[in-house]
Design a protein around this ligand. Structure first.
Ligand code: GTP
Ligand code: MG
Length: 170
């Protein structure tokens, strides 16, 4: 048994939570303070090493704006892993995240591995959702919770790698 050579990963959440910024940080180790809102979806890939095996992570970065909501199934279909993101400084985005998780549970792939991410941890002073609350929620859906900052590069590599690590061997 080995890991699949390619892992399809989708990243989902409200507009502005930092999905594209997390992907950019993971893939190119950079950050854009004036990131443009994604139109439709965008794609990036990165080759990683998992337990000595080379794996290509194919990342579909979805658009969070409401008008693109109906496109999401095209991107989560066939995915092995999903990162659902909210912004710790915007409670509303935590509600949106929970609605996305419900949709993934109802309509997503059966063995989809989900990671809950609270982004913008560098803005601790503006926090609207306690880490304990998000952690309890993640536990209730059988997922892990991590807090990240795409801006300050906190836990971003770990977020993607530990999710890929959870993808079952084939
Ligand atoms: P959509 O494409 O519209 O769905 O948004 P998105 O989730 O891809 O958000 P995006 O990555 O474009 O980031 C939105 C804004 O938040 C940008 O101005 C980013 O620079 C900023 N941002 C992203 N991540 C962080 C972070 O960790 N900390 C801070 N302070 N700002 C961030
Ligand atoms: Mg985006």
């Amino acid at each position: 048994a080995a890991r699949p050579r390619e892992i399809k990963l989708v990243i989902i959440g409200d507009s502005g939570v930092g999905k594209s910024s997390l992907v950019l940080r993971f893939v190119t180790q950079s950050f854009k303070p004036f990131s443009e809102s994604t139109i439709g979806a965008s794609f990036m890939s990165k080759v990683i090493e998992l337990d000595g095996q080379t794996v290509k992570v194919q990342i579909w970065d979805t658009a969070g704006q409401e008008k693109y909501k109906s496109l999401a199934p095209m991107y989560y279909r066939g995915a092995a892993a999903a990162i659902v993101v909210y912004d710790i400084t915007r409670r509303e985005s935590f509600g949106t995240l929970q609605r996305w998780v419900s949709e993934l549970q109802e309509k997503g792939p059966r063995d989809l591995r989900i990671m809950v991410a609270g982004n913008k941890k560098d803005l601790e002073g503006d926090r609207q959702v306690a880490a304990e609350e998000a952690e309890a929620y993640a536990e209730s859906i059988g997922a892990r919770y991590m807090e990240t900052s795409a801006k300050d590069d906190m836990a971003v590599q770990d977020l993607f790698l530990s999710l890929c690590q959870q993808v079952p061997l084939v």
